[in-house]
Design a protein around this ligand. Structure first.
Ligand code: GDP
Length: 452
């Protein structure tokens, strides 16, 4: 199915631009383009060459373009690929797409170019998924993680361990064939050693997910505290813009507002929330509920009080906060209104003084954030798992291998042994795409954009 037809899509973002790039992939990519191209005969040109010419609809000139040729298998999809760079007008792009579809190309589905690259063996499934992450990456950290995975990441490590495990699976199957004769082809000590080795790799990869996920999706941080202590003002100061509504009336920040800030290459997602307090106001009550819900998703809570509260009140609120069991940073805002004695009383606890309104203490706060979430010394060259699908498969592998270890010395259960090893192999294969289903592929590639 994937080798017979030729697909086409705009590969640059829609809208006007200096140029738009239309990409075709499939056996007829060069041939079809040649039918509407006035210039050299594209079917006779070498791979990796560029050709200037006209795109013509019969006698009508549509545009002056440059056609880039990639002859199979030396292309992204391993099929014949043509990239037509035309002027970036919606009208021209539509005309060229329609013209080539009329000639026999088919409009590509989301991610279909990358799907073909995967099916044609250009890379494995985890690398294909990393292509989507790379396109979506918006910080140095998320870019590093995606690039690492696209360039092989942990797939080669897993592939090697999987092959060794396959060897044992076949030895144990062989034992089952000779069940009457009580032979042992698979050395149990070696098998145990291999599983322990795989387990240590699995453990490392599974534990890297927390960091990988945070680097990919940003560090979620909740700003909490009673109404009017200055949470919105702080958010504005951090983001340097009038993002949240600031007002003197308690409880104006009705809903949660999210914004992102890049500190030292790491994205922090700030979640400003409705203040936590008992209230009869129905809209507010919903906001408070949501605050608690979101607090639990945060990696860190910035808890804020102001000059109207006493150190004892802060201590009391922090005691409540500790019940949620998420790291927090206590912030005392409106430091400009404090007497030195007040400051001294607060300083007995571990707090950060701030004057959000004047932006005083904001830089110190950023440093404290990096330290608090332990990201000031990240090493993105380490292999990090950032995909929830991968971590699920790794955990399932771990479970199956745990069963293998339990059954390893029991001759009665050696057929379970073979089954559990197969199960582990299945889960490992899911990551790299050695084992796939149409549903899984559909699910993964439908999240891509069209043209990728
Ligand atoms: P929120 O309800 O916690 O989001 O509080 P807001 O950010 O809406 O601020 C409530 C009021 O406190 C506003 O009038 C702010 O201008 C004021 N405010 C915020 N930060 C400071 C500060 O550092 N010093 C002083 N004096 N007032 C502040």
């Amino acid at each position: 199915m994937y080798t017979t037809d030729t697909i086409i899509a705009l590969s640059t973002p829609p809208g006007s631009g200096a140029i738009g790039v239309i990409r075709l992939s499939g056996p007829d990519a060069i041939n079809l383009t040649n039918q509407v191209f006035a210039g050299k005969d594209l079917t006779k040109q070498a791979s990796h060459t560029l050709h200037f010419g006209l795109i013509k609809d019969e006698e009508l000139i549509v545009d002056e373009v440059v056609a880039g040729l990639y002859v199979a298998p030396k292309s992204y999809t391993k099929e014949n690929v043509v990239e037509i760079s035309c002027h970036g007008s919606n009208y021209i792009i539509q005309q060229i797409l329609n013209l080539l579809i009329k000639k026999g190309a088919r409009a590509a589905k989301p991610g279909e170019f990358t799907l073909r690259a995967f099916l044609n063996g250009a890379f494995d499934l985890s690398q294909a998924e990393a292509v989507a992450d790379l396109i979506a990456s918006d910080s140095k950290a998320s870019h590093d993680v995606a690039l690492q995975q696209m360039r092989g990441g942990f797939s080669s490590e897993l592939k090697d361990l999987r092959e060794q495990l396959i060897h044992f699976a076949s030895m144990i199957e062989l034992e089952l064939d000779f069940a009457e004769e009580d032979v042992e082809f698979a050395n149990r000590d070696q098998l145990r050693a291999l599983i322990l080795k795989i387990n240590s790799v699995l453990y490392r990869l599974i534990s890297s997910f927390e960091m990988g996920n945070v680097l990919k999706n940003g560090v979620p941080i909740v700003i909490a505290g009673k109404p009017n202590v200055g949470k919105s003002t702080l958010l504005n100061a951090l983001l340097n813009e009038e993002r949240a509504i600031v007002s003197d009336i308690a409880g104006t920040t009705r809903d949660t507002i999210e914004d992102e800030l890049n500190i030292n290459g790491v994205i922090f997602r700030f979640i400003d929330t409705a203040g936590i307090r008992d209230t009869a106001d129905i809209i507010e009550a919903k906001g408070v509920e949501r605050t608690l819900e979101r607090m639990k998703q945060a990696k860190l809570i910035m808890y804020m009080v102001d000059a109207l509260q006493t150190p004892d009140e802060l201590a009391e609120q922090l005691t409540d906060l500790r019940k949620i069991d998420i790291p927090y940073l206590a912030i005392v805002n409106k430091a400009d209104l404090f007497t030195p004695e007040q400051k001294e009383a607060f300083a007995k606890q571990e707090v950060l003084f701030l004057s959000a309104k004047d932006g005083i203490g904001v830089e110190e706060l950023k440093t404290a954030l990096l330290e608090k979430v332990n990201l000031h010394h990240i090493n993105t060259s380490e292999t990090l798992v950032s995909n929830i699908r991968h971590v699920e498969a790794l955990k399932n592998t771990e479970k199956a291998l745990h069963n293998v270890l339990n059954n390893i010395d029991n001759p009665v259960t050696s057929d379970f042994l073979a089954m559990d090893i197969k199960q582990a192999l299945h889960y490992l294969g899911e990551i790299t795409g050695t084992v796939t289903t149409d549903d899984l592929l559909e699910n993964i590639f439908s999240k891509f954009c069209i043209g990728k």
